[in-house]
Ligand binder design. Structure first.
Ligand code: 6PG
Length: 252
């Protein structure tokens, strides 16, 4: 696997590095295929990244807004105007401030009471957009993800059903410890991305990060270990506090 771990001073530096990598990936995708596809994440670090892309004059002018399709890796089971909504966060911090048309934004319809319906419709949206041949998964350019302090990523939490590949692209996933359902893409879809960028900050994640990067492969405990792009690159952007327990050989 093509993995790189970069240790940066803080969340602002991570947002900046992620923005550089995204703009670079977008330029390549547009040169090769005329369009760019990115899956957005929820969480605090991505929010800083979205604000940067939408407000920094250099990034804003470099980003190919009109040639990008925006997707979401996961969503909380709430309507799009709920403060918990990943769509709302991405919209407020970036999408409403840049020149993109509504049809470029593919959101998970988590306002449905039936999360299964939201998952199925989203999978259908992905199928219609990416049109992979039979048995193939969607191939896209960038997946942004975070990691929780117990090793979850997307809405793939330890010990939950969506960890187990049953051929689905998108699943409703009951998260007992949060007493809620979330809707998430599955690991096989995530692993078909050309580039996965993990953004991890804060000391409370240091031990889980060490476990994910240096421990035995136990994805039932640490689902972030499931993320291993097949024909792509895995880039970890971590701050010094989250990286504080890593062995010297782990970073590049
Ligand atoms: C979400 C994401 C989740 C998140 C991690 C880390 O919607 O919240 O699915 O996987 O990326 O919980 O979040 P922070 O970056 O805010 O710590």
């Amino acid at each position: 696997m093509n993995r790189e771990v970069q240790i940066l001073p803080d969340a602002a530096a991570i947002a900046r590095r992620a923005a550089e990598k995204i703009v670079e990936a977008a330029a390549i995708a547009i040169k090769e295929r005329g369009g760019f596809t990115i899956f957005l994440a929820g969480g605090s670090t991505p929010k800083a990244l979205y604000s940067l892309l939408a407000s920094d004059p250099t990034f804003k002018s470099q980003f190919p807004w009109d040639k990008t399709q925006f997707f979401f890796g996961d969503e909380r089971h709430v309507p799009p105007d709920d403060p918990e909504s990943n769509f709302r966060m991405a919209s407020e911090s970036m999408l409403s401030k840049v020149p993109v048309k509504p049809e470029q934004i593919h959101r998970i319809k988590a306002e449905y009471e039936d999360a299964e319906r939201a998952a199925q419709e989203y999978e259908q949206d992905l199928r219609s957009w990416f049109k992979p041949s039979a048995g193939q998964l969607p191939r896209f350019d960038v997946l942004l993800v975070g990691m929780g302090d117990e090793g979850h990523t997307l809405s793939l939490f330890p010990g939950t059903k969506a960890l187990h590949d049953n051929g689905r692209w998108v699943m409703p996933n009951w998260i007992g410890k949060l007493f809620t359902t979330r809707i998430t893409i599955t690991a096989p879809v995530a692993n078909n991305s050309a580039l996965v960028i993990f953004m991890v900050t804060k000391a409370d994640k240091a031990l889980a990060l060490k476990g994910v990067l240096e421990g035995p492969y136990e994805p039932e405990q640490l689902p972030s270990q499931l993320i291993q792009p097949k024909n792509g690159k895995l880039l970890w952007l971590v701050d010094t506090t989250a990286a504080s327990k890593l062995s010297p050989g782990t970073s590049k």
